[in-house]
Design a protein around this ligand. Structure first.
Ligand SMILES: Cc1cc2nc3c(=O)[nH]c(=O)nc-3n(C[C@H](O)[C@H](O)[C@H](O)COP(=O)(O)O)c2cc1C
Ligand SMILES: [Mn+2]
Length: 486
């Protein structure tokens, strides 16, 4: 049974030891952010802040909604979100993600729901009615959207996009955030609405059942309604209700819904912000489109999920290690490539992807790399590492060993200059290139060259390769006899 709302998810997190209730009063100004950050660092349970300074009792914040958990169950919060066992490994989650997304389920429109318990129109629609946190020292403002989703509709085709795009509060009735032209929201805004000098209606949804932000934050291909994929992952349709002031639908059980319009050509400074790269990439904000608020609807005693992004591992890295890996693996397999597994080691802040594959012919790794860079997720996967089939892509130690022993420092490294990368927030580019998104890609081909003779290819010296099976079994069965505890 899928979770019907955020609250059912919280109940399950608590049962699984994944939730820390915090009754002590906390300040939305920096303290909440620091607690969430330390919870990531310690891989501690997700904090639920129950008393926030200056806000009524009942107005709560959930931190680290998909953060990493303790060793052996790192992906517990994502696994629980998908109704799987908390110990599920990343490979298992990726395969399940691919399996379920192939069977999308359309949403169901219902007449009302808890998100309509309070309807605030006009001046009453005040963003600062909610305990919006100021997360990191140096941020450009208070961020209301860090684990939410933005609903917009293509004016020509009716395709409805759900994406996670950060949102800073400018004032009681306006917000701003990255609207990248490479993202679906940017394509709709710049190429359609703004080009026709029309306002773009939006709905921002904060606090949903747990699968929605995972999929809205993934790279679902152009033209696909994320809500159908979410239905597939849940195994149940998402229930939607109509908005009050815009022609869009939102999840009926959402905690908070903000409705409004983005005017064409309006810009206001947004940022800087502590980002998923692990840095605040700018010292000042920059002009971005403005979300003008027309209405807010919310549940009684609303709960706001918050991700406090920064150095790995935060919610963004854990999520992308499953969803982006799933998208790429599915895409590569659909091209007929004999790929066994892919991994985005969370330590690399979703900048690097490892592909574990058979190599049917020489120089095959280049085909893989180009296919990845050509896919929509390729927009952030600047580093591609291709390893042989015998290397577990999800085991970073094995990957590093392979990379630095099989990849030739000259012919194994292949660079693509002047390639498009995520603008504004990339950290390794020259400042002027950051504005235009001019970057580069790099492939590390860490596979044994296919044209080498078998006798020229080194043989791994490891427990599972260097001893006959019967010796391995004898040693394993006698292990405690030797005096070892385990
Ligand atoms: C917590 C979180 C925050 C994100 N913030 C942004 C952001 O501010 N801007 C952005 O373009 N993408 C952001 N992303 C990544 C997008 O959500 C992701 O690229 C997704 O594919 C966008 O949806 P789309 O493919 O429908 O455009 C964020 C993802 C997550 C999980
Ligand atoms: Mn999309």
């Amino acid at each position: 049974m899928a979770f019907k709302d955020l609250r059912e998810y919280l109940t399950k997190l608590e049962q699984e030891g994944e939730l820390q209730r915090i009754e002590e009063e906390v300040d939305w100004n920096l303290e909440v952010g620091a607690v969430i950050r330390r919870a990531y660092d310690l891989r501690a349970p997700a904090p639920l802040f129950e008393k926030i300074k200056g806000y009524p009792k009942g107005y709560r914040i959930l931190g680290a909604p998909a953060g990493f958990s303790r060793s052996g169950r790192e992906y517990a919060r994502i696994a629980i979100s998908m109704g799987m066992k908390p110990e599920a490994g990343v490979g298992e989650l990726i395969e399940e993600y691919i399996r379920r997304k192939k069977a999308p389920i359309k949403p169901m429109i219902v007449s009302s729901g808890p998100c309509k318990e309070n309807i605030l129109l006009g001046d009453k629609a005040d963003l600062l009615k909610f305990p919006v946190p100021f997360l990191h020292d140096g941020d450009g403002g208070r961020y209301i959207g860090t684990w939410h989703l933005v609903v917009t509709r293509d004016p020509d085709t009716g395709w409805t996009n759900w994406g996670v795009y950060r949102l800073m509060v400018h004032d009681a009735s306006s917000m701003g955030g990255l609207v990248s032209p490479t993202q679906h929201i940017g394509m709709m805004y710049y190429q359609k609405y703004e080009a026709r000098n029309q306002p773009m209606p939006f709905a921002v949804v904060i606090g949903t059942e747990p699968v929605s932000p995972l999929i809205a934050g993934s790279f679902i291909p152009l033209g696909i309604n994320e809500v159908d994929v979410i239905g597939g992952l849940r195994g149940e349709p998402v229930q939607l209700v109509k908005c009050e002031t815009v022609d869009l639908e939102v999840p009926a059980t959402a905690e908070i819904v903000i409705e409004g319009e983005m005017m064409p050509y309006e810009r206001r400074n947004e940022g800087p912000f502590g980002e998923y790269t692990g840095y605040r990439s700018a010292h000042f904000g920059s002009p971005k489109p403005v979300y003008r608020v027309k209405a807010i609807t919310h549940r009684n005693d609303p709960i706001m999920p918050v991700s406090c992004m920064g150095v790995p591992v935060d919610d963004d890295h854990s999520t992308m290690s499953v969803t982006v890996a799933g998208e790429v693996l599915d895409d590569l397999r659909s091209k007929g490539f004999p790929v066994k597994m892919v991994a985005l080691p969370p330590e690399c802040a979703a900048h690097m992807i490892v592909v574990q594959t058979a190599t049917p012919y020489p120089y095959f790794a280049k085909k893989i790399a180009h296919a990845i860079w050509a896919s929509s997720a390729g927009a952030i996967l600047y580093w591609v590492v291709v390893v042989d089939e015998d290397v577990d892509a999800t085991n970073l130690n094995e990957v590093l060993h392979c990379m630095f022993t099989r990849c030739h420092p000259d012919r194994g490294v292949y660079k693509v200059p002047n390639a498009p990368i995520y603008p504004n927030i990339s950290t390794f580019t020259d400042p002027e290139d950051r504005l235009t998104g001019r970057g580069a890609y790099c492939l590390f081909d860490a596979t044994w060259p296919k044209h080498w003779k078998p006798e020229d290819t080194p043989v791994k010296a490891s427990f599972d390769v260097s001893w006959p099976k019967e010796i391995q079994e004898r040693v394993l069965s006698k292990w405690t006899k030797y005096g070892y505890k385990e």
